[in-house]
Design a protein around this ligand. Sequence first.
Ligand SMILES: *Cc1c(COP(=O)(O)O)cnc(C)c1O
Length: 259
Amino acid sequence: MNIATWVPGDLAARFGPDPEAMFRQNLASVRERIDAACRRAGRDPESVRLLPISKTVPAQMLRHAFAAGIDRFGENKIQEAQAKQEALADLPVAWSIVGHLQSNKVRQLTRFAVEFHALDSLKLAALLDARLAAEGRSLDVYVQVNTSGEESKYGLQPDALRAFVEALPDFPRLRPRGLMTLALFSDEMERVRPCFRLLRRLRDEAVKLHPGLSELSMGMSGDFEAAIEEGADVVRVGQAIFGKRPTANGLYWPGLAPG
Ligand SMILES: *Cc1c(COP(=O)(O)O)cnc(C)c1O
């Protein structure tokens, strides 16, 4: 056996004997589903960006993902992202942070992340801006909105968005790109779609106040096709590419039932 492609037992149980082939195949099938959703919605498939979410996937497996054509990884937790970034520093890959950030982790993020999808407070905006200025760089950001009304979800309340957007020019190192949301967790798309529609309406208002806020980051493995039909520009897809996660969702979204 070739040691370079050897997969230890516990990882083989999760990722199969040939992770690169599995990721390549899953990626192709997700891309096909994105294209089909775009066709249904009369949209250009090129207009939807797929952001692969690699949380819980070990760094050595991400080497196989890179070989399968993935060169940007989205992570929910900054410590995990930083460890993987260091482990893969020899590869030309970029890192997106998509989960809630504590203010004491700002410095870690600005060291290596190229975009942040969970901006949800002015305090965090100010800390990020100051840190970015000190490092002489800027950062693409999406403003997270709570569209499901669930207390477990991070994000601004919809009625707080206007004041937030009006304050964004105070932070010149942040490059606002759009709005982000986590929809209701449900298999019934008719209950999920109203979250996407709300984010779209909020974006239509926000972009009048700040022209940078033009994109919608919404849709995950369970709902990205509906999100695209409702206007998503960025879909954040993990499990449909990397396989089912062994960890409970409650680890990432406090308050959710495990599972
Ligand atoms: C994990 C995660 C996703 C992807 O979820 P999947 O079910 O794996 O597709 C999307 N967005 C955020 C913020 C996440 O933490």
